[in-house]
Design a protein around this ligand. Structure first.
Ligand SMILES: C=CCOC(=O)Nc1nc2cc3[nH]c(NC)nc3cc2c(=O)[nH]1
Length: 369
């Protein structure tokens, strides 16, 4: 279980298979985010049809509502959501920082006020693992702290050292053998702190490793330098997961640096706002041009929206505030990212990833400054 086998390599980019209790998945992969137990507006059948593999659910949200007990009563997330999985749950740490308020962080854990009703909630390494075990994901995440950005070097260092102590507590408490716990490397944008986090985290030899603390407002250059440094020093025989990333160009760049797994709300969120992803950049379907365009969003895309609808129809739905609009744009954007990593995997198998990535980027950024 959790066997990760590299099947092709092209530079630092690699394709691999990863065995989880609910299915063997292909990497590099993009993981749709289903925060509250649903990828907003998209049915499980549609997710399967567009090539989704692992879907994310958020521990913080499901802890607050409906509570892990109800999900456990359904046998876990697959029974609750009717998506057969595999699932990955986050540990709740990040959401507490971004959503919880009036929070107190101590060595023991984090106490915060629910953003829903202000009730006091407590998360700790042990509580986080307990909740994730009840939710029944195939991959669970260590309870970590993602430092705010910007943050003092001293804060980032103290935070990464506590995250390592929390990792040990997570692993000590963990009792289910059918769930892989991924550890999380922190250290902000400082190479020496990244190294310190690596040195302290690698000995735990978890089935996978995540690169944390990024995509929180640091510049792209700083982010990529940290990804480059960290990914190169994570074991090649384990999956590398870059959390919260990202935009199409971030996936293409991250794969080039040896990253295997990505998640981001971007495709579904920007879809709900009326933006469609294509190889020629992002199309603003709210603008006037699409209203008379009888072509599909993307003629090369095989998603339901591109096979059945013109841009004009979708633009009409957006203006009419019809609920099919955010659904179809989200569906298309998810399919776009799945197709992007499918093409990346093909390029890696042909050992031409660099050429493919440069060609993709030239077209994607053509016409942009
Ligand atoms: C979500 C997967 C599991 O993650 C955790 O359990 N903890 C965690 N989540 C993050 C999420 C992030 N999103 C972004 N940008 C949108 N940056 C992030 C950084 C972290 C992080 O350092 N830790």
């Amino acid at each position: 279980m959790f066997d990760f086998q590299i099947t092709a390599q092209s530079g630092r980019a690699r394709t691999a298979t990863f065995v989880t209790p609910r299915g063997t998945v292909q990497t590099p992969m993009f993981m749709p985010v289903g925060t509250q137990g649903t990828v907003k507006g998209i049915s499980p059948q549609e997710l399967t049809d567009i090539g989704s593999q692992i879907v994310l659910a958020n521990t913080y949200h499901l802890l607050l509502r409906p509570g892990p007990e109800l999900v456990a009563a359904h046998g876990g997330l697959p029974g609750f959501t009717a998506y057969p999985g595999p699932f990955l749950t986050d540990s709740g740490g990040f959401q507490v920082m971004s959503l919880g308020h009036m929070r107190r962080i101590t060595e023991e854990g984090v106490t915060f006020k629910s953003h829903l009703d202000g009730s006091s909630v407590y998360l700790s390494p042990e509580r986080s693992v307990e909740v994730q075990q009840a939710l029944g994901a195939d991959i669970i995440m260590a309870f970590d702290e993602c430092p705010p950005y910007p943050a003092e070097r001293e804060y980032i260092q103290a935070s990464l050292e506590r995250t390592v102590r929390w990792l040990e507590r997570c692993l000590t408490f963990k009792s289910r053998e059918d769930q892989a716990l991924f550890s999380i490397v922190q250290g902000g944008v400082h190479a020496d702190l990244r190294q310190q986090s690596l040195d302290a985290t690698l000995p735990f030899a978890t089935p996978g490793f995540a690169i944390g603390g990024l995509a929180v407002g640091e510049g792209k250059t700083e982010m990529y330098e940290a990804v480059d440094y960290t990914a190169a020093r994570l074991p090649s025989g384990k999956p590398r997961y870059l959390m919260g990333v990202g935009h199409p160009e971030d996936l293409v760049a991250g794969i080039a640096l040896g990253v295997d797994m990505f998640d981001c709300v971007y495709p579904t969120r920007t879809g709900r706002f009326g933006y469609a992803l294509t190889d020629d950049g992002r199309v603003n379907m709210n603008s006037s041009a699409p209203r008379s365009d009888l072509g599909p969003i993307d003629p090369e895309c095989d998603c339901y929206a591109c096979r059945h609808y013109t841009r004009a129809y979708l633009a009409h739905l957006i203006r009419a505030e019809e609920m099919l609009a955010p659904r179809m744009l989200s569906l298309h954007n998810l399919r776009y990212l799945h197709r992007l990593v499918e093409r990346a995997r093909a390029a890696i198998r042909e050992d031409r990833y660099a050429e493919w990535a440069i060609c993709w980027a030239e077209r994607y950024f053509k016409g942009k400054n």
